[in-house]
Structures are given as structure tokens and as C-alpha cells.
Design a protein around this ligand. Structure first.
Ligand SMILES: Nc1ncnc2c1ncn2[C@@H]1O[C@H](COP(=O)(O)OP(=O)(O)OP(=O)(O)O)[C@@H](O)[C@H]1O
Length: 446
């Protein structure tokens, strides 16, 4: 039976979530303080940990580090208010599986548990090869997407190593898989490694393998990632997180084209193509001395920048509809599309979590949808009430937005176009917000 730990200082909330999960057949433990959590994590293993992002004494990030160090396979789900979305995204970079917005929705909780368990049950070396199929890759229609596709197709059949650079959730791993699929190595393994998630003491054995008895806990021979990817592609995600020492070891392997498993004198020849990804500026990391210049050049034979979703405006609804189709299939529903005002919100929103955020949101909205179309009621309120501009009439939350709109309307003598200009939003957005907040405007038209 899968085991789940819940960490939240809100006792009532903890108990409600515990009851829901127990009713669905999981073995659940809940703790109300991070200190208690620390103790229990040291002594027991869990498949999944649900934890609040903000807690006293110890941060969610520190907790992720602690759990992943102790038990890399445990999947962590951060529970968060939408205001914390960028921290939640940061937590995924640090190794959390996913985040789920509060208040929690029953079906959404059960879905995410299912998805997390699929990861737990995956063998690490097969990560990725299991769920991927090329038809799940959408190319997009806008100029930046077309350029991305051109570069992928150009570099895929070559032996060149590729460095994918882009924000979290933009689809770097997806692009890497696509390159692999279109390469001559397609029939060989694609092995994805999250460089930030491997505890430092295990790095050498994970990458290069080990022989039985080479250290305490090495109870049998182990094949490392390099050998596992033999003939195929090794994808190094978050490559900027590699320690300096590991960078040196990696460089050696790339130069010698062979690995020496921990505790062995045997050199094993390896033939792998490296695709690396980063969401930080590796050039800067080099200048600061955190990333080796020679390794950078080895990895960066060809660089591809994966654009953020906000720069792929003409693709936004293409992706939204694609994710809707996927969600319909997954949830066995048949929602037909998005209402016009939702489309406008999607186009205005900056999508800090990029495609991953959109995919999650569309799945959630599809689940909640009662009618044929997804309406604004099914998308998180924070999407259209978030801070969008600064200055006197800045919009940030429901109360403040209502006030700011009222203030702008008065200042504009109730001329909506003028008010929209003062608020630095377009008329359509103002119109949606007036509807959303039930603000009546006397007289004048837009
Ligand atoms: N081209 C695409 N077509 C369809 N879905 C995509 C595409 N690119 C990304 N996605 C979706 O977005 C999600 C995030 O993509 P991916 O994991 O590749 O991002 P990433 O840039 O590697 O993120 P991170 O830096 O956080 O590891 C994927 O799970 C996938 O569902």
C-alpha cells in the first residue's frame, strides 16, 4: 500500500486531507510541524509527501532537500496558494514533483497522487522512455516555435552535443526527447538525469555505476547512467546544479569516452550523445567560477534557446487546446473549448511556470468544467487578479483591483476606454474585470 506523509501546521486541513486519502486506500501519516516532519523523515520512508510551502522554522525548500537526500524516489507535492506560484515553481526546480493550489480539489488531489505514484514505480534508469510518444510533442505555429523546430531538426541527426536554455517548464526535456527521437540513436535508450536531485555522495555511483561491496550499501553491482544510455542519449537536466567535482569527473568521461565504475579498475567504453539543459545563465556561472569553462564548451556545441510561453503569444491558444484535448482524454470528458474571456485572460497572463503551468491549469479546469466550455469560473481567480502593472492604478488582488478600477473610472469620468488607459490594460480586459467584479458603470459606453 502506498504511504503518504502530510505536513501542514493547519491541523483541520491536515485531518481533512488525511481522511480523503485514507478513504482512497492509502496509508497516511500527518504531522503538524516541520520539526516533527524532520524527525519522521529521518526514521521512515514515504512514497509521497504533501507539504505546505510556508511553515515556521524550516522552509519548504529545505524540507525538499532533506527528503530528497534521504530518499530520492519520494515524490514531493507542494501545497500552495496561487500567490506563491513562483516559489512553487522554484520548488520543482529543487526536486519537488509538482505543486497543487489551495484550496484543494478532491479529484485533483487523487489525480496528482496517481501521477506521483507512477514516478515512484518507475525504474530511475528508464525514466522518460516509458511515457514518451512523439505525437505528444506539439510544434506550435508562431515564429519562435518554428525556429525552435528548425534548430531541432537541423541538429538532431548530427552527433553534436546540445545545450537547451530556457525557463522552467518551457519544454526543454520535451525538446531533448524530440531531438533523440529524430536522431540516429532513436532506437537506443534516452536516459534523463535530474542533476540537482542526486545526493552528492551518490553522484559518482549514479553516473558511472559501482561494483558490489565498493561502499556500505553497495549490495550488488549497479549500472550507471552512462552505461545505461549506451548507444543512445543522456539528458542532463539542470546541469548548472552539478558540483565542481562532478563537473571534473564528467569532463573526463566525455574526453576519454569511457567510465570507471566506483570500486572497479575496469574502464568501460561508452558511446552516448549528451543533451544538457539549464534554466540559469551558465555564462555567468562560469564568470563566477561555479561552472567549468571546458565542460561548458563540450556541452554547448550547439545551443538552442527554448522561448518562454509569454513570448509565444500566437501559440498560447494552440497549446491550451492541445492540453484540453489531452485532459479530455485523460479524464474521459468532452469539453469543447475556452470561452472568449478565458482566452483573453490566457493571452494576458505571463505564465511564469510556462507550459507545465498551463498544462496543469487546463487539466484542473477540464475537471471542474460543468458545461461545454471552460469559463472563467474554472480558472484560478489569481490569474486575472494578479499584479499586472505598477504605478498608481496597479492591479493585484480582488479588493485592490475593484478599488483601483473604481478609482480609475472616477478619474476618467466613467469613460471606460480612458479608465483602461489609466489602468494600462486593454479595454477588453477592463470589460472582463467589470463583469467579474460586478462593477456597474453609469452611462457612457466603451
Ligand atoms: N512541445 C510540447 N508539446 C506538448 N507538451 C509540451 C511541449 N513542451 C512541453 N510540454 C509539456 O510541458 C511540461 C513541461 O515540459 P518539460 O518538462 O519538458 O519542461 P522543462 O523546460 O524541461 O522544465 P524544467 O526546467 O522545470 O525541468 C511537460 O510535461 C509537457 O507536458
Amino acid at each position: 500500500m502506498a504511504s503518504i506523509l502530510i505536513i501542514d501546521d493547519d491541523v483541520t486541513f491536515c485531518m481533512m486531507l488525511k481522511t480523503l486519502l485514507e478513504k482512497s486506500g492509502y496509508q497516511v501519516t500527518s504531522v503538524f510541524s516541520p520539526v516533527e516532519a524532520k524527525r519522521i523523515i529521518e526514521s521512515r520512508r514515504f512514497d509521497i509527501v504533501f507539504t505546505d510551502l510556508r511553515m515556521p522554522d524550516i522552509s519548504g525548500m529545505e524540507l525538499i532537500r532533506l527528503i530528497k537526500n534521504k530518499e530520492p524516489k519520494t515524490q514531493i507535492i507542494m501545497m500552495t496558494g496561487y500567490a506563491d506560484i513562483s516559489t512553487a515553481i522554484e520548488s520543482i526546480k529543487k526536486g519537488a514533483f509538482n505543486y497543487i493550489p489551495k484550496p484543494l480539489n478532491r479529484d485533483e488531489v487523487l489525480n496528482i497522487v496517481q501521477e506521483a505514484l507512477e514516478q515512484v514505480n518507475d525504474e530511475p534508469l528508464e525514466k522518460g522512455t516509458t511515457h514518451w510518444n512523439a505525437s505528444a510533442y506539439l510544434e506550435g505555429i508562431g515564429r519562435p516555435s518554428q525556429r525552435l523546430k528548425e534548430y531541432i531538426e537541423l541538429v538532431a541527426p548530427t552527433p553534436m552535443s546540445v545545450l537547451l536554455v530556457g525557463e522552467s517548464g518551457t519544454g526543454k526535456e520535451y525538446a531533448a526527447r524530440f531531438i533523440h527521437e529524430k536522431s540516429k540513436r532513436a532506437r537506443r535508450p534516452f536516459v534523463a538525469v535530474d542533476c540537482g536531485a542526486i545526493p552528492s555522495e551518490l553522484v559518482a555511483s549514479e553516473f558511472f555505476g559501482h561494483v558490489k561491496g565498493s561502499f556500505t550499501g553497495a549490495i550488488s553491482d549497479k549500472t550507471g547512467y552512462f552505461e545505461a544510455a549506451s548507444g543512445g542519449t543522456l539528458f542532463l537536466d539542470e546541469v548548472g546544479n552539478l558540483s565542481y567535482n562532478t563537473q571534473i569527473q564528467l569532463l573526463r568521461v566525455l574526453q576519454e569516452k569511457s567510465v570507471k565504475p566506483v570500486g572497479s579498475n575496469r574502464e568501460v567504453p561508452v558511446d552516448v550523445r549528451i543533451i544538457a539543459a539549464t534554466n540559469e545563465n551558465l555564462q555567468e556561472a562560469q564568470d563566477k567560477g561555479d561552472f567549468r569553462n571546458d565542460l561548458y564548451h563540450r556541452l554547448n556545441e550547439f545551443q538552442i534557446n527554448v522561448p518562454p510561453l509569454r513570448e509565444r503569444k500566437s501559440d498560447i491558444m494552440v497549446f491550451a487546446n492541445f492540453f484540453l484535448e489531452q485532459a479530455n482524454e485523460y479524464l474521459d470528458k468532452s469539453v469543447a473549448g475556452f470561452e472568449k474571456d478565458v482566452e483573453q485572460v490566457f493571452l494576458d497572463y505571463p505564465w511564469p511556470g510556462n507550459l507545465r503551468e498551463m498544462k496543469n491549469m487546463v487539466k484542473r479546469a477540464t475537471l471542474l468544467a460543468r458545461g461545454e466550455m471552460i469559463t472563467w469560473k474554472e480558472i484560478p481567480e489569481e490569474l486575472y487578479t494578479r499584479k499586472s502593472i505598477d504605478g498608481e492604478f496597479a492591479l493585484f488582488n480582488k479588493e485592490d483591483e475593484t478599488q483601483a478600477i473604481q478609482k480609475a473610472l472616477e478619474a476618467a469620468d466613467y469613460n471606460k476606454s480612458e479608465a483602461a488607459r489609466l489602468l494600462k490594460i486593454d479595454r477588453k480586459t477592463l470589460y472582463n474585470k467589470l463583469k467579474l467584479y460586478n462593477i456597474n458603470v453609469p452611462g457612457k459606453d466603451m
